[in-house]
Write a protein that binds this ligand. Structure first.
Ligand SMILES: [Fe+2]
Length: 398
């Protein structure tokens, strides 16, 4: 990246960092059980939520406990179960029309990242019916209070229940973009381990590695605060201690710990941002419909190694908090231990180090998307432009 643009990026990031204490970030109120949802609705004086989920969660019966709780409490609701991986702006518009048609006054998002993103997109569509959603990509473009949103994650990974982002796809171009604004932060997050108890091992692993990517990217970036550093470290520690247990469902405690880790990683990155792993990952999953956590996991060790010396100190600190090394070891060796431990996790969970779907001719455009998403916003340890980002795609392509 040329010097002029580098200066622009760093000044932009510094201004955002300085503005952090003045921005209306808030944490969702936490609840630990699905059984508390009717009380939340009553307290908030809501009479008809729209439950946003996906067909698969309905089919496998995962959403039934929630619907039973609502039925037993006599809560009327409408069900929009059309979420699919990488939801589109068209689907969010359809959901907003469904919300209005059924006279809903609140939203319950039940699922992984996709139903959460969709529910937020629907919320935006409800309060901004005249503005196309794709025009709200970027930051601070919504400026309206969204309907009450209760988020129930059914994977321990996205942290979407605490973030201000909705990631959607513009259907024609397949361009993945994010709407970022404070009203999108859910009011409540319900972290009930029951919801991840039957998660297939591969999904538990890739979503857990997504959470790890959030914590790592937030921590090694230049826009951290005391709180986000503590949140990210706590998440990393919990993930290294509990991911195996949650993947193999050996204990409810490990599942609860992974939900907590995902939540704290979400808190860290919603304030301190992610980095090039997410920017590259978004372009790939948008273009080839690949699962977000999986592409992140493939890219994570590779990009961390490419950052080189600039990330050693912070990666070393994370290595210590993951129990991989001791204070007195060199930063370089600690950073290498951390990256190697991630590679080892990838091997254990069957995650490859190459992405077969990448077509070489797509790389320049994908790199432009990643550049556009990351620069100047993401406070990454080393700045790369589209040309430099192309090297990551080249390295990961077969
Ligand atoms: Fe992510």
């Amino acid at each position: 990246m040329n010097l002029g643009r580098k200066i622009y990026c760093r000044v932009f990031q510094r201004v955002f960092w300085m503005a952090l204490p003045f921005l209306p970030y808030r944490n969702p109120k936490l609840r630990q059980s699905l059984g508390q949802i009717p009380d939340i609705l009553q307290e908030e004086k809501k009479r008809k939520p729209l439950v946003v989920t996906d067909q698969n969660l309905v089919k496998v019966g995962a959403v039934k406990p929630l619907l039973d709780i609502l039925d037993t409490a006599g809560v009327k609701y409408a069900l929009f179960d059309k979420a699919f991986p990488n939801p589109t702006t068209q689907l969010a518009r359809e959901g907003a029309a469904f919300y209005r048609r059924h006279g809903c006054d609140s939203l319950i998002a039940f699922g992984g990242g996709s139903p959460m993103d969709l529910a937020k997109g629907i919320g935006v569509g409800v309060v901004r019916p005249r503005t196309p959603l794709e025009k709200m990509g970027g930051i601070l473009k919504v400026w309206r209070k969204l309907p009450l949103l209760i988020a129930i994650p059914t994977t321990a990974g996205t942290g979407s229940e605490t973030t201000l982002a909705a990631v959607l796809i513009e259907e024609k171009s397949r361009h993945k973009f994010a709407i970022n604004d404070f009203p999108l932060i859910p009011r409540y997050a319900v972290l009930d381990p029951v919801t991840i108890h039957t998660l297939p091992a591969s999904l538990a692993a890739t979503t857990g590695l997504d959470a790890l990517t959030h914590a790592v990217e937030a921590y090694i970036g230049n826009s951290t605060t005391k709180e986000t550093r503590a949140d990210a470290k706590w998440a990393v520690k919990l993930i290294f201690e509990n991911l195996d247990g949650a993947v193999n469902h050996t204990s409810t405690q490990a599942e609860a710990a992974m939900l907590e880790a995902s939540h704290y990683a979400g808190r860290a990155f919603t304030r301190s941002y992610v980095g090039y792993i997410h920017a590259v990952s978004h372009s790939l999953s948008g273009q080839y419909n690949l699962p977000h956590g999986w592409t992140n996991a493939v890219l994570l060790p590779l990009v961390l190694r490419r950052y080189g010396k600039a990330a050693w100190r912070k990666l070393g600190e994370l290595a210590i908090c993951a129990g991989l090394g001791k204070e007195w070891e060199s930063r370089r060796s600690l950073a290498e231990k951390f990256i190697s431990a991630i590679e080892e996790m990838n091997r254990k969970y069957g995650i490859p180090d190459k992405i077969e779907a990448i077509r070489r001719e797509d790389i320049p455009q994908l790199a432009v998307y990643a550049d556009k998403e990351a620069n100047p916003l993401y406070p990454v340890p080393v700045l790369w432009d589209a040309g430099e980002l192309e090297k990551i795609y080249e390295e990961v392509a077969l």
